[in-house]
Design a binder for this molecule. Structure first.
Ligand code: HPA
Length: 268
């Protein structure tokens, strides 16, 4: 696997004239609009990168964007790979491995999720403080110590100093934040009512179908992680708006998330 990761990284480095990103960003469903805030220097389609899986979900652009945000070098994944699409966990997390070789110092992750904390409202931003993994672990299989340890520590999985910075910025910008535990599940079905209740009972605040594999692999390679969930629906409530309402809420929250990311990148 290491050879494939190196090969992809070498291809990319040559294609972007050795541009060195400091921050890696994964843009979740409906959150690709952040790309408009990137002063784009290079854009590579996943299909052109050796070893890269190809996005299957419609509406996912499937490209790596290299450029500047507030003068800082970033690489953003517009479109990610989900386990429910049929990829292996190694494929789902391959881009994170490659971004590490490109030199990223931190990873920002975003996603859409269903809230189970009764205090949450549709459109809320939830800073992920911890997770519960109900998906297969992406590190199952032989471990290459060149990539990371056999038994990685998952304390401070979501970097507390970046959470503190997000809190400061949100206060200054008047952005309301929620904080909570993200439950990672495979999908593609949304949860039954009993499953949403189960998430709440085990200590979850929101559930979604991504993020956890990427975060585990990032932590395996000692990349500090900051992650945000947009609450697009409230799983336990009967008052879920129609699909358009949910999308509109998502887009609005996406704007706030973009401001948060931008100001954090400027400060870090
Ligand atoms: N469950 C899982 N994934 C999701 C949800 C949900 O309720 N909403 C958005 N992504």
């Amino acid at each position: 696997m290491l050879e494939e990761i190196k090969k992809a990284a070498e291809y990319i480095k040559a294609a972007v004239n050795d541009f060195e990103p400091e921050t890696g960003i994964i843009l979740g469903t409906g959150l690709g609009g952040f790309a408009d805030r990137i002063e784009t220097l290079f854009s590579l389609d996943y299909k052109d990168i050796p070893g890269f899986p190809v996005s299957t979900v419609e509406g996912h652009a499937g490209r790596l964007i290299f450029g500047r945000v507030e003068g800082r070098n970033v690489v953003a994944m517009q479109g990610r790979f989900h386990y429910y699409e049929g990829y292996t966990m190694q494929q789902v997390t391959f881009p994170v491995r490659v971004m590490k070789l490109l030199g990223i110092k931190r990873l920002f992750v975003s996603n859409a999720s269903g809230g189970v904390n009764p205090a949450f409202r549709t459109g809320d931003l939830m800073i992920i403080t911890d997770h519960i993994n109900l998906m297969p672990n992406p590190l199952i299989g032989p471990n290459n110590p060149e990539l990371g340890p056999r038994f990685p520590d998952m304390h401070n999985c979501y970097d507390s100093s970046m959470i503190a910075l997000a809190t400061q910025i949100a206060e200054a910008e008047g952005i309301k934040l929620q904080y909570g535990v993200y439950v990672g599940c495979t999908g593609p079905t949304f949860e039954t009512q009993a499953e949403y209740r189960f998430y709440k009972a085990i200590g979850g605040d929101a559930g979604g179908m991504s993020t956890v594999p990427e975060v585990i692999v990032a932590r395996h390679m000692s990349i500090p992680v900051f992650a945000v969930s947009v609450i697009t629906n409230c799983g336990l409530s009967d008052e879920i708006g129609d699909h358009e309402d949910v999308q509109r809420q998502g887009r609005r929250a996406g704007e706030r998330m973009a401001v948060l990311f931008e100001k954090m990148i400027k400060t870090l």
